[in-house]
Design a protein around this ligand. Structure first.
Ligand code: ADP
Ligand code: GLC
Length: 494
């Protein structure tokens, strides 16, 4: 009874990515799934992202809602267009159109590296979110911002002249998806952001002579979350906090780790439209058909007896590719397995995988690029999923893999610890884990997993079934976020 009388909130998500409109990594999936789950709990949601010119206009409908003026510092004004589309028919997505900043080929980067004006682009976007709320007279109870691109919104919210502020009862939550990306830039952006130099201090915006946008978010948000309980502990340690652990510790009592979930409307082997044959835990025949289809599609030798080890990942240092480089060529000679990669990122990593596929034709398939469809087919058709991450705030790959009966071979870190147990130690386990971030530890584990494939089918089947039976429920996570929101909202006097 008590639950039913809980107030329905107006919640705004401000983010730089949202699947399927604009995706670089797991952030995009988290934004669309969590917002959907919160809206299913009865709350009124708006998700706001920049209107990147790369968004495919043929796949979605967009309605023009109007224009608005965004006031930045130094009396700079930008006119923006506001568009609306939808996630799931009923959940509204707002897109802020400003050509100078968002009509580009990439979201964060150009081929030569990060866009030089990212602090301006996303600082502007964060301010624009507030301006459109005012313009549309839609005042959220909670602004929920994600990572450095929108974290400065928390500061704008608190610094808005309070007497006149339409937002005086609004609160903000910052979710840290990856503390290693902080948005550190030249301090000369402050006047453009309209931030007074007096706030360029180590307890607010300043970090070793630069502006740190994530730090400002930590300072000004009303609550901080991150994407797994273990990562919440890791970022409070100097080894995991990327220079912000001491600062974050001051707010440790307002920090919580909530494990991401899986959107089973999009990631479900029983209903996935992209895979060759549907399957579930009670009948894995379909998975075998998916494996054959994958081998055929990628030009690998067709055989159900050869295990496929795969990886779908951004190719960045975080993901542990440097551990894999000394291991893979030797293992491909010594062990009988196929290797499939889908990913893009750092050129030296892309080159390594390309040369590996030239060296091992029919045994290695290196797919450099981004493809949602191929990602689903790889999760469905593989036997093992490799994730040797140095750190992993949550990680969605290992969640999807488990639900598709693909066994993670992964490093025990962050959200991987919270979502995979080692089948060698735990009968309920669904993966193989290694601790020490070294090539030798990874190499040994890969060998162990492949030995088990050959000699311990009982263990392999148990791991598969355990993984497929897991419930990575977004509903559960959404309820935890709801608790956070209720905790910080001003208590209404009745
Ligand atoms: P991160 O967000 O750090 O990149 P996650 O494991 O949380 O790591 O999420 C990665 C998401 O991005 C998964 O949905 C994965 O399938 C997807 N992904 C990564 N690289 C590619 C790619 N090249 N093509 C398609 N999907 C990809
Ligand atoms: C970040 C993290 C990843 C997490 C994702 C979604 O990209 O690197 O571990 O799963 O955000 O929260």
């Amino acid at each position: 009874m008590e639950k039913e009388s809980r107030p329905k909130l107006k919640i705004l998500f401000a983010a730089s990515e949202c699947a399927p409109f604009a995706k670089v990594g797991g952030l995009a999936d988290m934004i669309s799934s969590l917002s959907r789950s919160l809206s299913k709990l009865g709350h009124e949601l708006r998700v706001v992202i920049p209107f990147y010119s790369t968004i495919d206009k043929s796949l979605h409908d967009f309605q023009f809602l109007g224009s608005a003026c965004v006031h930045m510092g130094c009396k700079t004004e930008h006119w923006i267009g506001l568009y609306e589309s939808s996630l799931d028919n009923h959940l509204r997505l707002w897109l802020i159109d400003y050509a100078d900043y968002f009509h580009r080929r990439g979201i964060y980067d150009e081929p030569s590296g990060e866009y030089k004006d990212n602090a301006y682009r996303f600082g502007f976007f964060s301010k624009a979110v507030l301006e459109i709320c005012k313009e549309m007279v839609w005042i959220p109870d909670v602004f929920h911002v994600h990572d450095w691109p929108t974290s400065v919104l928390c500061a704008f919210l608190k610094l808005w002249p309070q007497l006149l502020s339409p937002f005086k009862n609004s609160r903000s939550v910052l979710t840290i998806h990856n503390i290693c990306y902080q948005g550190k830039y030249d301090a000369m952006v402050l006047p453009y952001l309209g931030i007074d130099w007096s706030l360029f201090s180590p307890d607010r915006f300043e970090d070793h002579g630069q502006v740190n946008l994530l730090k400002a978010g930590i300072a000004y948000s009303d609550f901080i979350t991150t994407v797994s309980p273990t990562y919440a502990k890791e970022i409070l340690e100097p080894s995991g906090g990327a220079g912000l652990s001491e600062f974050l510790k001051k707010r440790a009592s307002e920090l919580v780790g909530i494990l991401n979930g899986v959107d089973t409307d999009s990631w479900n082997p029983k209903t996935d439209p992209w895979i060759a044959c549907p399957f579930d835990a009670t009948d894995l025949q379909g998975k075998q058909a998916c494996k054959t289809a994958l081998q055929e599609k990628l030009g690998l030798k067709k055989s159900l007896d050869i295990p496929i080890v795969s990886m779908v990942s951004r190719l960045h240092d975080q993901k542990g590719i440097s551990l894999l480089i000394p291991v893979l060529p030797k293992a491909l000679i010594q062990e009988n397995f196929q290797f499939v990669l889908l990913g893009e990122g750092k050129k030296e990593y892309e080159d390594f995988f390309k040369s590996l596929s030239r060296e091992f034709p029919g045994q290695v398939s290196a797919n450099i690029g981004f493809s949602e469809e191929l990602a689903h087919q790889i999760f469905a058709g593989s036997d093992f999923f490799l994730m040797p991450s140095f750190y992993e705030p949550c990680g969605l790959g290992q969640l999807y893999a488990q639900l598709y009966g693909t066994i993670p071979i992964a490093r025990a870190t962050g959200g991987i610890i919270d979502s995979v147990e080692d089948i060698r130690k735990d009968p309920k386990g669904s993966g193989f884990l290694f601790d020490e971030p070294s090539a030798s530890a990874l190499g040994e584990l890969l060998k162990t997993a492949l030995d088990c494939w050959k000699n311990r089918p009982d263990l392999i089947q148990a791991a598969q079934k355990n993984g497929m039976g897991k419930n990575f429920s977004w509903e559960l996570a959404a309820k935890k976020y709801e608790e956070v929101y209720f905790k910080i909202l001003p208590k209404k006097s009745s």
